[in-house]
Write a protein that binds this ligand. Structure first.
Ligand code: ADP
Ligand code: MG
Length: 243
């Protein structure tokens, strides 16, 4: 069982993001403890990816404060990037590279070189279940295996936090089950935030669910409490029905 600790890994206060006149996040506050596996839910356009991009220091916030292990996103973005592994919605892979080449390249970006890089790449290949497909070019892999490479890439520098933006979207039922169990396994020693549209996935993988709608936080509770009395699915529909 994943052990949730009392150390705060991500602390967000009154976060707002505006793209011109479009408010993508509206005064969101939450904090995530070390060891949690959190499902980030919300309809398309709710602001999930925006929140992830801000936490990972890819885009700036308009207002509010975000801290990762007490480092401020505006002051220590490089430190924060070293603490987070991020798999964006569009898996950023090089189709022309072989699996090992791709992973070694990413290791290099993180300053892991030579023998250490090679060892780390082999460990990741094993960890995410890529051994069978390792001789292929990325472009030849199925979507499920591409996701494994994306996850391996996110893990290469051994981050404390893993942020996965819709990691199972577009997978077939078998791949879906496999990637879910991989994420659950990774959650044993990392804090994980994943966004998804599949309620069963949250019930299968996450301890806590955060629901955002139109940029606002509308629910934040354990999956168990949110699903109580009705299903999580029903609860989600109620909460996000055009407020
Ligand atoms: P989600 O990931 O929950 O589907 P997003 O965070 O991608 O939502 O988007 C939230 C809102 O912000 C949407 O209305 C979207 O159209 C808008 N948005 C996202 N990125 C940009 C951008 N770069 N410029 C303008 N509007 C954007
Ligand atoms: Mg998104």
């Amino acid at each position: 069982m994943n052990e949730v600790k009392n150390t705060i890994s991500i602390d967000i206060h009154n976060l707002t993001k505006e793209y011109g006149t479009q408010t993508a996040l509206d005064d969101v506050s939450l904090s995530i403890n070390e060891g949690e596996i959190v499902g980030l839910l919300g309809p398309n356009g709710a602001g999930k990816s925006t929140m992830m991009k801000i936490i990972t220091c890819f885009i700036p916030a308009t207002k509010g404060e975000v801290k990762v292990y007490n480092y401020d996103i505006n002051e220590e973005p490089m430190k924060i990037r070293s603490l987070i592994g991020y798999l964006p919605e569009q898996n950023p892979l090089y189709n022309e590279l072989y699996v090992r080449e791709n992973l070694e390249f990413i290791a290099g970006i993180h300053g892991i070189k030579g023998k250490e890089a090679k060892e780390r790449v082999e460990q990741m290949i094993e960890k995410v279940g890529l051994t069978k497909e390792v001789r292929k070019k990325i472009g030849m892999l199925s979507k499920g295996y591409k996701q494994r490479v994306g996850i391996a890439q996110a893990l290469i520098h051994d981050p404390k936090i893993l942020i996965l933006d819709e990691p199972t979207t577009g997978l077939d039922p078998n791949q879906l089950v496999e990637i879910r169990s991989l994420i659950k396994e990774l959650g044993r020693d990392k804090t994980v935030i994943l966004s998804t549209h599949i309620m069963q996935e949250v019930e299968a993988v996450c301890s806590r669910a955060i629901i955002i709608n139109n940029g606002r936080l509308v629910a934040d509770d354990s999956v168990k409490s949110l699903a109580q009395g009705e299903s999580l699915e029903q609860k989600f529909r109620e909460i996000t029905r055009n407020i």
